[in-house]
Design a protein around this ligand. Structure first.
Ligand SMILES: [Zn+2]
Length: 161
């Protein structure tokens, strides 16, 4: 890799360490010519996966799209940037494990929901309500009432009185 300062193509790795639970690598490099030190970051990227959307259209997988959908669900939730990155990595690893060339947006949604549920229940409900739309409203309402009961608000008992 070229040096960003002088453009010299001889740079050597002076240090490298695993990060992101071992699924990414950070390298410290030094330019042989001007001694400038810089870092590179290597991580898994899904480049050759096609997503089949609900309307049947196909498009290349986009991490950005996944991030945006999840960000909306996580708005004002107590989730750190680090946790968010971990979530994305977990979802992408699950996608990779399927070893597919094509995947439906619904499948991605299901995978995302599975991981989101473990991280933040409210965000999960938000995400699920958008993703599942009105296809299985019963399940959605079940999840919602379970959540409300767990929070100790017990709306159902008030209704009965
Ligand atoms: Zn240089």
């Amino acid at each position: 890799m070229k040096c960003p300062v002088c453009g010299n193509s001889d740079t050597r790795v002076v240090d490298s360490r695993l990060t992101g639970e071992g699924y990414a690598i950070r390298r410290r490099r030094e330019c042989e010519k001007c001694r400038f030190r810089f870092s590179t970051y290597e991580q898994m990227e899904i480049l050759d996966l096609i997503v089949i959307k609900k309307d049947g259209k196909r498009e290349p997988y986009s991490r950005e799209k996944l991030k945006q959908g999840l960000k909306r669900s996580l708005e004002k939730r107590p989730v750190t940037v680090k946790q968010f990155h971990k979530l994305i990595a977990q979802i992408e690893r699950s996608i990779q494990k399927q070893r597919k060339n094509e995947i439906s947006s619904l499948e991605i949604g299901e995978i995302a929901m599975k991981h989101l549920k473990k991280l933040d229940k409210v965000a999960y409900i938000r995400f699920a309500s958008v993703y599942r739309a009105f296809e299985d409203l019963d399940i959605f309402q079940q999840e919602l009432s379970q959540l409300i009961t767990k929070n100790g608000k017990k709306l159902s008992s008030n209704k009965k009185k």
